[in-house]
Design a protein around this ligand. Structure first.
Ligand code: NAP
Length: 433
């Protein structure tokens, strides 16, 4: 028997468990440990609430979770309830699949002012993550600035811009729906420090701005490079450019909310007194290596809300080697140390789609198999259960989660799949039925 512990129940965690099952069948036991009483990590708390088809992948993880040899061990915090060292003693392999749930810091003056929030916090707020349920972002407008030209920046812009009825079918939490309904933001500026050819957004996501009820994208045609230059791009980027060009050609829209793409625009300071009032921006040009360099020309964009969408970091765990500049665990293609591995964003940083984590999960299990060989046979699951019972840890099982989910579905608005519990206490109470 092989005993594997996976820390984190997001996509990377579940694909790793699935790969263990495919490889070892009945002779493996996988425990997927999560600090929350609810599974699925990024799928529940990161993917936008109006992207239900992407969230639907959790049904596949559920199929994995409902097999005899895979367990969800929820409400267990590493470092508080059990340490990595203890897990390494109990399991043949420990796989860190903790994702990258913390914001990369925006390293400019004024970034700590009230009204400046990171995307992990804002996305967590509208997705009902217990850590951010109390965020209460300032939405009284008129200006919001979003820093970054990636898909997360687009998610945030779209959610801020949507009218109430456009959230039908989504699982945005009630507190966010009410706050967004009362919002008076009319200009959302997406700040990119480089140009349209360097944009990190993808076609389908950019195209979603086409259909918004009360908001329209605004692009100055003068910001776009000559069309013949698009030929040097890969197919994906060429399609994004075609969409941006279509938006630029459209001109002014009568819709009341403007989503303004500002290119070659690097934030250099957040301005304000006791709270944010604007973002000081420096115009840039690209150097030979494609990096943004300031031109000295600056201007200020008024804003009462600034959302920094500049990437994420994996929180360190005591005793686990950490690469501070990359913001993830130090690893050699997933190997962190004897019996200790990293997978997904915790291994490679916050890049790629949900699906990228599947080959990642399968690859790490191959490495584990090569390292264990015919060995293995540590005490695993029963020993963890005794340890957690001794410490009085209130473990949440997958069956418990199903009761929580049933309660969330029962509490849903008429047009929503669920109304999420936003505190750990409420989640735990919902197990009782
Ligand atoms: P991302 O794609 O890496 O984009 C980060 C953006 O922030 C880039 O435009 C980057 O500009 C900019 N940036 C970084 N540091 C900056 C700074 N100091 N000042 C100004 N701008 C800065 O990251 P993400 O948007 O967080 O997305 C993470 C991953 O999740 C991506 O792979 C993304 O595609 C994926 N995702 C997918 C979806 C979807 O498929 N629907 C939705 C959300 C996220 P530079 O290019 O100049 O560095």
């Amino acid at each position: 028997m092989r005993h594997i512990a996976v820390i984190g129940s997001g996509p990377a965690g579940y694909y790793t468990a699935e790969a263990c099952q495919r490889l070892w069948g009945d002779v493996v036991r996988v425990d997927i440990i999560d600090r929350l009483p609810v599974p699925f990590g990024l799928i529940r708390s990161g993917v936008a609430p109006d992207h239900q088809s992407i969230k639907g992948v959790s049904r596949r993880y559920e199929a994995v979770a409902l097999t005899d040899n895979i367990r969800f061990v929820g409400n267990v915090t590493i470092g508080r309830d059990v340490s990595i060292e203890e897990l390494r003693g109990l399991y043949d392999a420990v796989v860190l699949a903790t994702g990258a749930p913390h914001d990369r810091k925006l390293d400019i003056a004024g970034a700590e002012l009230p009204g400046v929030v990171g995307s992990a916090a804002l996305v967590g707020w509208y997705n009902g993550h217990p850590d951010y349920a109390e965020l209460a972002p300032p939405l009284a407008g008129p200006g919001a600035v979003i820093i970054g030209h990636g898909n997360v920046a687009l998610d945030v812009a779209r959610v801020l811009a949507k009218a109430q009825q456009e959230f039908a079918g989504s699982d945005i939490v009630a507190h966010a729906l009410a706050a967004l309904d009362a919002a008076t933001i009319d200009t959302i500026t997406l700040l990119g420090r480089r140009g349209p050819h360097q944009i990190a957004m993808t076609t389908k996501e950019v195209a979603e701005l086409n259909d918004l009820a009360r908001a329209a994208p605004v692009i100055d045609p003068a910001d776009l490079p000559p069309i013949e230059d698009d030929a040097q791009l890969d197919t994906g980027h060429r399609k994004v450019m075609a969409q941006l060009r279509a938006y630029a050609a459209r001109g002014d829209s009568p819709k009341p909310i403007r989503i303004v793409f500002d290119f070659y625009a690097m934030p250099v300071a957040i301005e304000g007194g006791d709270r944010v009032q604007g973002v000081r921006v420096e115009r840039t040009r690209l150097d030979e290596d494609g990096h943004a360099v300031g031109t000295g020309e600056t201007y200020t964009i008024p804003a009462s809300l600034v959302v920094s969408c500049v990437g994420y970091r994996t929180p360190p765990i005591e005793g686990v080697p950490y690469d501070d500049s990359a913001g993830r665990f130090a690893n050699d293609e997933g190997r962190v140390g004897p019996g200790l591995y990293a997978v997904g964003w915790a291994r490679r940083g916050p890049t790629g789609t949900i699906g990228t984590n599947r080959p990642d999960g399968y690859a790490i299990v191959e490495k584990i198999a090569a390292d264990i060989g015919e060995g293995g046979g540590k005490s695993g699951r029963p020993a963890l259960d005794s340890l957690l019972a001794e410490r009085g840890v209130d473990v949440v099982t997958f069956r418990d989660w199903q009761k929580i989910e049933t309660a969330e579905v029962a509490a849903a608005r008429a047009d929503a799949p669920r109304e999420k519990f936003t505190t750990v206490e409420a989640m735990l109470a919902a197990r009782e039925g």
